[in-house]
Design a protein around this ligand. Structure first.
Ligand code: KIV
Ligand code: NA
Length: 276
């Protein structure tokens, strides 16, 4: 049985911290799911850490659907949340509903996530009314990197903090089942967490959130172009992979790979017959 949004609310109500991780492909999703991570986000961080884009802005519906399908196929227990790409939920409510529905109906996700607070609250309400669970995302919203003038800590002035609080409240009122708080002072995220009834999920927002979310490529040391300050580092897969592929490369060069173990036999008499 997959995690339900009701269970996510219960995590908060019982004071149980919970983790969220991104995944972008079938094999990784299987590992994350089997490890017991209750929520998996197919983030549009896909653009940065898998597709090599400089930001999340170029990520398309087609790319997100493709990867969401793979993650859904690889999971049995996690609630799968698909990130809605830039400009797929801004233009009209109708377009927003159609795009979100594709993640649920075509790709098999159980929820969608979108960036913004007060300004997207009407869209969130419509989605929820249609039966689509929505996760909000406020603070450092990477799809707005150009408007924000870079990837900076958000909510540091009273005015900015008040704005984020209003965004969180708007999402709660619109029926969002949870909200991501990205890159803001710990005291502010803790205050927001204690103020709203829905779970907050932090990334670069301190320990006072109800849950935490990480980009798996950061967590595993697989993406090395840029490592954000908020990244937990639990493995160094770039190093592990480099060692493995270098050993393979060397073994092929010196004739040590493949061995009999990776090879297939045939009756010698057949080869003798072939020679005739
Ligand atoms: O795209 C993503 O991975 C995200 C998380 C960092 C919350 O939006
Ligand atoms: Na994202």
């Amino acid at each position: 049985m997959r995690t339900t949004i009701q269970q996510v609310q219960q995590f908060k109500d019982k004071g149980e911290h919970f983790s969220v991780l991104t995944a972008y492909d079938y094999a990784t999703a299987q590992i994350v799911d089997r490890a017991g991570i209750p929520l998996i986000l197919v983030g549009d961080s896909l653009g940065n850490v898998v597709l090599g884009y400089e930001s999340t802005i170029p990520v398309t519906m087609a790319e997100m659907l493709h990867h969401t399908k793979a993650v859904v196929r690889g999971t049995k227990n996690a609630l799968v949340i698909a990130d809605m790409p830039f400009m797929t939920y801004h233009i009209t409510v109708e377009e927003t509903l159609r795009n979100a529905a594709r993640f649920i109906q075509e790709a098999g996700a159980q929820a969608v996530k979108l960036e913004g607070g007060v300004t997207v609250a009407d869209k969130v309400r419509k989605l929820v009314d249609c039966g689509i669970p929505v996760m909000g995302h406020i603070g450092l919203t990477p799809q707005s990197v150009n408007q924000l003038s870079g990837y900076k800590v958000q909510g540091r002035s009273l005015e900015a903090a008040n704005k984020l609080l209003a965004d969180a409240r708007a999402l709660e009122a619109a029926g969002a089942f949870a909200v991501v708080l990205e890159t803001m002072p710990s005291a502010l995220s803790a205050f927001i967490t204690s103020t709203i009834s829905i779970p907050t999920i932090g990334i670069g927002a301190g320990a006072g959130c109800d849950g935490q979310v990480q980009v798996i490529s950061d967590l595993l040391g697989l993406f090395t172009d840029f490592v954000p300050k908020h990244a937990g580092r639990y493995a160094n897969l770039a190093e592990v992979i480099t060692e493995a592929v270098s050993a393979y490369n060397n073994d092929v060069k010196i004739g040590a790979f493949p061995t009999a173990q990776q090879s297939f036999d045939m009756d010698d008499t057949l080869i003798d017959a072939l020679r005739q």
